[in-house]
Design a protein around this ligand. Structure first.
Ligand code: CA
Length: 263
């Protein structure tokens, strides 16, 4: 358990992790998620930093509110884990400031305060969720997975994306090369759409399986190889039969990991 002080007696307000939040596929691509941990307690800060890193996230630990604001101005973060009791300023002010500057930031408040009023104030200040200390790392990780998974689903790109001469319109489900439709099978399209959404980033096989096929997927990724081969073949065919010279985005195979769609 992660407590404010060893033996601190705050009641546990955290539900047990559910089975659905512990699905194996949730290992996918967490290293892409940068987490800013704001915590003045050295024991808790160290524990969070090593626990998050050990579970594939990229954490940065700030010990004060002002250090956290400066760090968040320098580097884009996906998640803010915010202790409310900070030495230099109220954590609620940190939440308010960063919520105003970064509307997409996932803010999870970590608090030893147990009064409902404090929880409400945290949510009013822009927090998405809260955990009352002491809480277990397992519960924190499960909450993060659930939030981040919903976020991926909730934010499909609305605008057509151009990659080299290829244009992918995820909303219209159209893929075109020089305004000519490229006929893709549904899963080939989905695969290209996920890679496009993460253009320039390494996307793991597990993450692709989870996003394209089944969020409950756990097992062989053979079907991914077959679909990827089909996608590459159809794109190459479209370029070869195009009336104009065409350049395609490159899909790099990352051995032992997954794929990366190059910008
Ligand atoms: Ca504190």
């Amino acid at each position: 358990m992660i407590c404010e002080r060893p033996g601190a007696g705050a009641p546990s307000g955290s539900p047990a992790p559910t089975l659905s939040s512990m699905r194996p596929h949730a290992n996918a691509d967490r290293s892409r998620h940068r987490i800013l941990v704001v915590e003045d307690d050295a024991t808790i800060g160290r524990h969070l930093e090593s626990g998050l890193r050990g579970n594939g996230y990229t954490p940065t630990w700030s010990r004060t509110g002002s250090a956290a604001l400066a760090e968040a101005a320098r580097t884009p973060y996906d998640v803010l884990l915010l202790d409310l009791g900070l030495p230099d300023m109220d954590g609620l002010d940190v939440a308010r400031t960063l919520r105003a500057r970064h509307p997409d930031l996932l803010i999870v408040v970590l608090t030893a305060r147990t009064d409902d009023i404090d929880v409400i104030a945290g949510l009013d200040a822009g927090a998405d969720d809260y955990l009352v200390k002491p809480f277990s790392l397992t519960v924190l990780l499960a909450r993060l997975r659930a939030h981040l998974r919903r976020r991926v689903v909730a934010t499909p790109p609305q605008e057509p994306v151009r990659l080299a001469d290829l244009v992918l319109d995820a909303v219209a489900r159209r893929c075109t090369l020089h305004d000519q439709d490229v006929e893709l099978r549904p899963k080939e399209f989905d695969l290209l759409a996920v890679l496009t959404r993460h253009a320039g980033e390494a996307v793991s096989r597990e993450s692709l399986m989870a996003e394209v096929w089944d969020e409950n997927w756990f097992g062989s990724t053979k079907t991914l190889d077959v679909t990827m081969a089909g996608l590459r073949r159809r794109l190459a065919q479209a370029a070869a039969t195009s009336a104009r010279p065409s350049s395609l985005p490159r899909i790099t195979t990352l051995r032992g990991h997954g794929y990366r769609l190059e910008h």
